[in-house]
Design a protein around this ligand. Structure first.
Ligand SMILES: Cc1cc2nc3c(=O)[nH]c(=O)nc-3n(C[C@H](O)[C@H](O)[C@H](O)COP(=O)(O)O)c2cc1C
Length: 346
């Protein structure tokens, strides 16, 4: 099985995880220039926003980089569910003097589309990665014909086999420790989700493709352990969140630095899909998993004004404080330095 470094012509087997809402081109550039694979998340960008970010990357690195997309099915608006959910949130709206009728609805995250494919054809990144499966065959064929290597996340052996059968080049084995959204797409049964040390060797055994390990990896020892278990490389997210290139809020930074970071959970309250974040007030009181939350990504709209009001008071009670189970590797050092440290100081 090819190592990631040989496959991509990079120096270090470290992929900086794409983290929508938490970083942009600056982190991707720093990591790619340090010899890892920097990633640009696009789930919260428009096609024009993506073009601007890619322009910055192209002028600041000639190294391979990854552009990442979500590829969920567009949600069907459900007004009954939306108003029941707003009714459940009513005590919080009252506390902050928010009029629920004035909250805009609509998706805050867009799936991969023909418009995004147009932009990729202009900039031709070395790697394109997907979360939540793969886009429709016609769109995937366009990305493949740009000669990008295709990565996608698998959270079970079945998902890894499905991705292999549908033409990906590299599988990201995302253990349940991982911060942010579960990439799960064949099932929404959370009991199917297992940890990295259990998932990685099972996927390595089941597929012929290179497998990148993700979830809970926070230092050079963790990287070495994943490589011992057959990983071709690792994808690290949480550990990068305190780097100066990260764009998370001061509240999120403080939570990651505190003992609160020892307690995370999967929650669907903030977007409608399970994602791992530091336990907070909303998760304790309404979830962390609540069957009433609107479908992904529509759930974000109802929480947005509560988050804004609470954050203005310095509180993270209504914020998605995305983090994996292992925040011990978070360091306030430049992303380039962290990348080299993860690779064992090479
Ligand atoms: C703040 C945050 C945002 C994330 N956003 C994305 C994303 O936009 N796309 C994606 O494919 N994965 C995303 N992930 C998941 C990562 O790709 C990866 O699976 C995870 O960070 C690995 O586990 P770790 O956080 O324990 O290192 C995100 C993770 C975090 C922590």
């Amino acid at each position: 099985m090819a190592n990631l470094t040989e496959l991509l012509g990079i120096e270090l087997p470290i992929v900086q995880a794409p983290m929508a809402g938490a970083q942009g081109s600056a982190m991707a550039i720093a990591v790619s220039n340090a010899g890892g694979l920097g990633s640009l998340p696009s789930a919260m960008l428009t096609a024009d926003g993506l073009r601007k970010e890619l322009e910055l990357i192209k002028t600041q690195t000639s190294k391979p980089f990854n552009v990442n997309f979500f590829c969920h099915a567009a949600p069907v608006a459900d007004t009954g569910r939306e108003s029941a959910w707003r009714a459940a949130l009513a005590p919080y709206y009252r506390r902050y003097g928010i009029d629920p009728a004035g909250i805009p609805t609509g998706p805050a995250r867009a799936p991969f589309s023909a418009e995004f494919a147009d932009v990729l054809e202009e900039y031709r990144p070395a790697v394109v990665s997907f979360h939540f499966g793969l886009p429709p065959a016609r769109l995937l064929a366009r990305v493949k014909s740009s000669r990008a290597r295709i990565f996608s996340s698998a959270t079970t052996v079945d998902e890894a086999l499905w991705l292999e059968a549908h033409g990906v080049d590299v599988i990201i084995a995302q253990g349940v420790e991982a911060g942010g959204h579960r990439g799960m797409f064949l099932s929404d049964d959370l009991t199917t989700q297992v940890g990295t040390v259990a998932l990685l060797p099972q996927i390595v055994r089941a597929v012929k493709l290179p497998v990148v390990a993700a979830g809970g990896i926070a230092d050079a020892q963790g990287v070495a352990a994943a490589m011992m278990l057959g990983a071709a490389g690792v994808q690290v997210g949480t550990a990068y969140l305190l780097c100066p290139e990260s764009s998370i809020s001061a509240i999120h930074r403080a939570a990651l630095k505190s003992e609160a970071a020892r307690h995370t959970a999967l929650t669907n309250l903030f977007t409608g899909r399970p994602a791992r974040g530091i336990m907070n007030c909303l998760m304790r009181e309404l979830g962390p998993i609540n069957g009433g939350a609107p479908a992904f990504p529509l759930a974000a709209a109802a929480i947005a004004p509560l988050r804004a009001k609470a954050e203005a008071e310095g509180s993270g009670n209504f914020s998605p404080l995305w983090s994996g189970e292992n925040a011990t590797g978070c360091k306030e050092v430049p992303a380039a330095q962290l990348t080299r440290e993860l690779a064992g100081g090479r």
